[in-house]
Each structure stands twice: as structure tokens, then as C-alpha cells.
Design a protein. Structure first.
Length: 148
């Protein structure tokens, strides 16, 4: 709406309006990817899966996307991003995200269709990989490094 109010050409306003669509393509996909990278560069939360999906739409390989992301300058006054890739598996990340939401083992197990002992095993592995001694420290480390 703002793009139209500002009197931008219809073609530009249309691209801006479409850049958040689930089936984004063309110029709108470039705007979407740029928007996501800007959020990431400022320390914002960005879905890695969505970032990768949009990068593929515009023709970037995962390696090219990684290069772009890690070559971005560190923003002034924002927290610095960890450049190392996340050591956690996708399932471990799922478990840690739910732990960060304050869920207990049983809730996590139910949501992920796992047993409680499997959740405990994942958490034990997470603590080891992150060098954390408990759930709070694991969540803090992963958040500070941009993995959550």
C-alpha cells in the first residue's frame, strides 16, 4: 500500500507486494531474498529453510548463498553472527527450538512423535555439541550464535 501511496510505478509496487507470497518468483523473489538477508545481517531471525528455498528460486546454490551470508559486513551495534554452521542436526534443532519455547520433554516428544528417552538423548547430544551444562545455557548459546 505504501508503495502505491508513494506513487511508485505499478510494476515496482507489484513486485514489493508479491515479495512475501509463498509462491514468490521472478523479481519478487530477488526482493524477498534481499529482505531476508537484510534481516539476517541485522541479527534478525530468519528461517534457514525458507532462505534456502528462495535462494534456489533465484538460482543460487547453497554454497553461493553461504558465501553471500558470511561475506555480509557485520552491522554496527548489532550482535555479531556466528560464522560457523550450526553443529546440530535438524532433529536436534527441532528439539532445542521447542525447549526454548519452555516445553517439557513429554510435550516435545508428543509434538515430534518421539519417545521421551529419545528427546533426552537428543538434549544430551545438544549439550555436548554446544558445551552447555543445562537447557538454559544451551538455548542461550544457540540464540547468541544465531542458530535459533
Amino acid at each position: 500500500m505504501l508503495a502505491r501511496r508513494w506513487g511508485l510505478p505499478k510494476t515496482i509496487a507489484s513486485v514489493i507486494e508479491r515479495h512475501h507470497a509463498d509462491d514468490v518468483s521472478g523479481e519478487a523473489a530477488f526482493v524477498r531474498l534481499s529482505d531476508m538477508l537484510a534481516h539476517y545481517a541485522q541479527g534478525g531471525s530468519v528461517s534457514p529453510a525458507e532462505l534456502l528455498r528462495v535462494a534456489r528460486v533465484v538460482g543460487l546454490t547453497p554454497q553461493q548463498l553461504r558465501r553471500v551470508m558470511y561475506d555480509l559486513p557485520n552491522p554496527v551495534g548489532a550482535r555479531q553472527r556466528q560464522v560457523d554452521p550450526c553443529p546440530l542436526s535438524a532433529r536436534e534443532s527441532d528439539v532445542l527450538k521447542r525447549l526454548a519455547e519452555g516445553k517439557v520433554y513429554k510435550q516435545i516428544a508428543t509434538e515430534l512423535n518421539l519417545s521421551t528417552s529419545t528427546v533426552r538423548t537428543h538434549l544430551h547430544n545438544i549439550y555436548g555439541k554446544l558445551g552447555a551444562v543445562d537447557r538454559a545455557q544451551a538455548v542461550l548459546i544457540a540464540t547468541e550464535r544465531g542458530w535459533l
